[in-house]
Design a protein. Structure first.
Length: 312
């Protein structure tokens, strides 16, 4: 194989009450990576589009190529050469798994080009290396669902133990990205290291309720469980008009509304595409009323994960 082009989807991490243990993939937006073989060994970044020149082109400092270098080292391949083109189709620091989508597209493309020596699930630890470099923590709640599709639960990080749960086919997500940026590292630094027993008990109940509600299609239980008493109250202060936008979403039929990843994007879950579209318009209108432009996306839960767009 001389060339491959792969799309990897954006994701919603945490999903309200599931900090660092829940995440799901959406249909769009997402990043695209192209890899083309070259005769001389080594990985180079030929071009990056959509980043406004902000991302490094050093292969050792970019999430798309760091994961590729880790995979080549694991496979003990020293004579492989390729140039990489990265298409960033979402804002940096958006809370939609921007760096994760790049890492996943890169590692999936390289694995396919090498003849698929590893399964998608076996690629997860390599994709997490991109998160370690980009966000300062090798968490899997973005790269996991982007790589494996669907709604993912990370039961344990040591050892790494992840699994998918079923969700209602009619479930839709609205993602709204306001034109502000929140740095993931900064968003983690403001979190408390300890929580009260009362909040821990409440959060565990909501985690269990959300899993049960999703797997049984109990929308009322999903709605009651989409409550984050630990992370959201702290991070919400980083998002202008958060409370007003959240209330607009709930008033227009959202099952629940919270922060996507580290923010500033906000997400909701809804019973239908029509509900999700209406909710997105209400959220955008509320941001606009405060002078903040925003972009909205409506999607079902992406069960497929990365897609190969072209290869030869």
């Amino acid at each position: 194989m001389e060339y491959i082009k792969v799309f990897a989807p954006a994701t919603v991490a945490n999903v309200a009450c599931g900090f660092d243990i829940f995440g799901f993939a959406v249909d769009h937006p997402g990043d695209v990576v192209e890899i083309r073989r070259k005769p001389e060994p080594g990985i180079t970044i030929e071009a990056i589009y959509g980043d406004e020149g902000r991302l490094p082109t050093d292969p050792n400092r970019n999430a798309v190529t760091v994961v590729m270098l880790h995979l080549l080292a694991h496979l003990n391949i020293t004579d492989f050469g390729a140039s990489v083109v990265l298409h960033k189709n979402m804002a940096l620091g958006s809370g939609m798994g921007s760096s994760a989508a790049s890492s996943v597209a890169g590692v999936v493309a390289l694995n396919e080009m090498l003849g698929s020596p590893l399964t998608r699930k076996e690629l997860l630890p390599f994709a997490m290396q991109g998160e370690l470099m980009a966000a300062g923590a090798a968490h899997a709640d973005n790269v996991g669902p982007s790589l494996l599709g669907g709604f993912l639960v990370i039961r344990s990080y040591n050892p790494l133990d992840v699994f998918n749960i079923s969700v209602p086919r009619e479930l839709y997500c609205t993602l709204v990205h306001p034109d502000v940026e929140v740095n993931t590292k900064d968003a983690r630094l403001i979190l408390r290291n300890e929580v009260s027993l009362k909040n821990a008990i409440t959060q565990m109940g909501n985690v269990a309720g959300l899993i049960s509600g999703l797997m049984t299609g109990d929308y009322n239980l999903i709605s009651r469980s989409m409550v984050d008493v630990i992370i959201e109250p702290v991070r919400a202060i980083l998002i202008p008009e958060f409370n007003e936008v959240k209330q607009a979403a709930l008033d227009n039929g959202a099952l629940g509304c919270s922060i996507s990843g580290a923010g500033p994007s906000m997400f909701t879950l809804a019973r239908s595409a029509a509900d999700a579209e209406r909710i997105g318009k209400a959220m955008k209108h509320t941001f606009a009323s405060a002078g903040i432009s925003s972009t909205s996306y409506v999607s079902g839960i992406n069960m497929e994960g990365p897609r190969i767009l072209d290869k030869y």
